[in-house]
Design a protein. Structure first.
Length: 369
């Protein structure tokens, strides 16, 4: 083999190695480092929704489901001009957590054009290439009589009510996850989105912070929502006793919301202001239990509460309520969502359909700066 040939081989190998190093260096150092989101990036979303409260009054829900559906269809047919606004989301900072979680937090603020003074803050949390989007802002105003939780960092961080107040109910909200890589046979997991526990008029005690402190929620960062709320239930049982807790729930109201049946449908290339992005479509369902019937659930709070509707004296009313709201066999009201998602950026387009099958919410990405 000639020296010249060996020299050419070495040059080719060197060039290949240099190109390989350049390609590797061009990849994100962290699987949560977005090529689209940087400090100062702004996303502009247009959204539209009808004011369904104008026809969904108390008399509306006393009608049969078939009658409700007719009224819903007629209202949406006659009222084609929905409330519309633009929501601006700005990436204020990107925080690489220095703990063992490996999380990256996208610290964002959001405001709407028609409500310029109503600015909200939240975090999009990413771990191992999975982006978690919270339902509510981290600095949402808390009611004086309620303890609120949100997933700000790893799990359920506590936003305390005014210290001198005595909270007698609470709400927990959990984020929904979207992966940045999808295969055609992928199945996305179900997620608990929220749980609320509200007192009735004859509540026998008031919740305080004792059972929260016993539970030490901040140490349960990595647990999914259902584990957090069930552990919280056991803590409340220890704090107040099981009979007192069950009596409290029997006179109160419990609601829970899930996102379920998340099925991948297709990939396509989408354009935003002449810039192309890869996106995938998933069909999802929102399952809502609003506490008027017995339910099949893995949530200890809902199980304890819904058992009160299983007695002979309440079963007829519970069955009537389920028929009027067209719940599924588990006692949940089901709404459908179609979501186009751009990896490492967020939702491109979302359409939501109410439990009557009518489109009642549209969200669309209009620009990225």
């Amino acid at each position: 083999m000639s020296d010249k040939f060996i020299q050419i081989q070495r040059i080719i190998i060197t060039l290949f190695f240099c190109l390989l190093c350049k390609a590797i260096s061009a990849q994100p150092v962290n699987s949560c480092e977005s090529p689209h989101l940087h400090k100062g990036t702004q996303l502009y979303y247009l959204f539209q929704e009808p004011d369904e409260s104008k026809y969904q009054d108390q008399s509306f829900f006393s009608k049969s489901f078939a009658e409700q559906k007719v009224l819903s269809e007629q209202y949406l047919k006659d009222n084609t001009k929905w409330y519309a606004d633009m929501r601006t989301i700005k990436i204020d900072d990107i925080i690489y957590m220095k703990d063992s979680s490996g999380n990256v937090l996208y610290d964002i603020s959001a405001k709407e054009y028609k409500k310029p003074n109503d600015k909200k803050r939240t975090h999009i949390r990413c771990n191992d290439g999975l982006f978690y989007y919270p339902k509510f802002p981290v600095d949402q105003a808390v009611l004086n009589d309620t303890v609120h939780f949100v997933n700000k960092k790893n799990g359920a961080d506590i936003l305390r009510a005014v210290p001198e107040e005595k909270p007698n109910g609470f709400a927990i909200n959990f984020p929904v996850m979207y992966p940045n890589t999808m295969s055609r046979d992928a199945v996305l997991p179900d997620y608990l989105l929220s749980l609320t526990v509200r007192p009735g008029d004859s509540a026998t005690f008031e919740f305080n912070y004792n059972f929260l402190e016993k539970n030490v929620l901040n140490k349960q960062d990595a647990l999914p929502g259902i584990d957090v709320v069930n552990t919280l239930y056991k803590s409340a049982e220890q704090t107040y006793s099981s009979p007192a807790l069950r009596k409290y729930l029997a006179n109160g109201l419990v609601t829970e919301v899930w996102i379920k049946n998340r099925q991948f449908k297709e990939f396509k290339t989408v354009k935003v202001k002449d810039k192309s992005y890869d996106a995938y479509l998933i069909h999802e369902e929102i399952w809502s239990y609003s506490g008027k019937c017995n339910a099949v659930s893995t949530n200890d709070w809902t199980i304890a509460f819904s058992n009160t509707f299983s007695s002979d004296s309440k079963k007829l009313d519970a069955d009537k309520w389920k028929k009027q709201h067209n719940t599924n066999a588990q006692g949940f009201i089901v709404e459908k969502i179609e979501t186009w998602y751009i990896p490492y950026l967020g939702v491109y387009k979302m359409k939501k359909y109410n439990n009557y099958g009518m489109l009642n919410y549209i969200l669309e990405l209009a620009g990225v700066n």
